[in-house]
Ligand binder design. Sequence first.
Ligand SMILES: N[C@@H](CCC(=O)N[C@@H](CS)C(=O)NCC(=O)O)C(=O)O
Length: 327
Amino acid sequence: MGLLIDGQWHDKWYDTKRSKGKFERESAKLRNWITPDGREGATGKGGFKAESGRYHLYVSLACPWAHRTLIFRKLKQLEAHIDVSVVDPDMLDQGWSFLSQRPEVEERVYGLEFMHQLYTKNDKSYSGRVTVPVLWDKQTAQIVSNESSEIIRMFNNAFNHITGDSSDYYPHALRSEIDEINDFVYHNINNGVYKAGFATTQDAYRIAVHDLFEALDEIETRLANTRYLVAGQLTEADWRLFTTLLRFDSVYHGHFKCNIKQIEDYPNLSAYLRDLYQHAGIAETVNFEHIKRHYYFSHTMINPTQVVPEGPNIDYLSGHNRHRLSL
Ligand SMILES: N[C@@H](CCC(=O)N[C@@H](CS)C(=O)NCC(=O)O)C(=O)O
């Protein structure tokens, strides 16, 4: 685990000393947008027109942020248009790498060994963390974006004229409601599990874990009478919550000490999680072997033995009975 400073790789863990033991996530720095005609998007520069075969997506199958992008690639019929490279689940002294015996792990554009080489190919004096997901432009050899929340929005609509798929997970009429729930879920749940897991003081951990479970309790109540988070309709807000819920009982509950309850203890959240898992195509984007191996093996300051637990055994294909809920 490390970061680039002026284009040089440094093996360094997160610095929580300056923040009294709190984990503070660095914001993603590369924020351009693919648009239907190449016009500039909400941030960054223009020149990234939606085209079949031009872009490449780098993901970790373990990472909840990268998982969102794989889900949108699937939901929006983009598999034939945007190909993918998968990093090794072990993120050690060189950060994310492609050095692996696993057949699914390979850098498929240039044959690189490490993800940090892609970041320096984009900018040879880059400074910052080397994160996944990354959306890469093969035509100009640049990173379009390393921010998952924006990559899923590009996938949601920039390629519709190419795929013919006009399903919309961020409809205009629901945007402010989606933004509001996203913000709550991001701070307390998506990033909340990391704030608990990476905290290096008791106080920082305690505050994060209580905020997390208060938020889960609130969502549990919200899901009692509605199938999805916003307007009874499947939106990006659901997929953003899904990738964290899915990892919760296998990883965050033990490894990140989020152990006040499991998702399986919540009747509505556990059924909602199954409902989303069983949505067409989604199970194919899930790899529990990578998920468990990555966290337990890579975070050696949390789990120095690198032993990966055997359990839990949860059947995400079992019945959930959420179809009865409409609005
Ligand atoms: N804001 C980014 C966060 C991505 C992120 O933090 N990814 C993790 C993997 S789950 C990562 O690559 N971490 C490496 C590091 O922080 O050095 C996004 O949502 O795309």
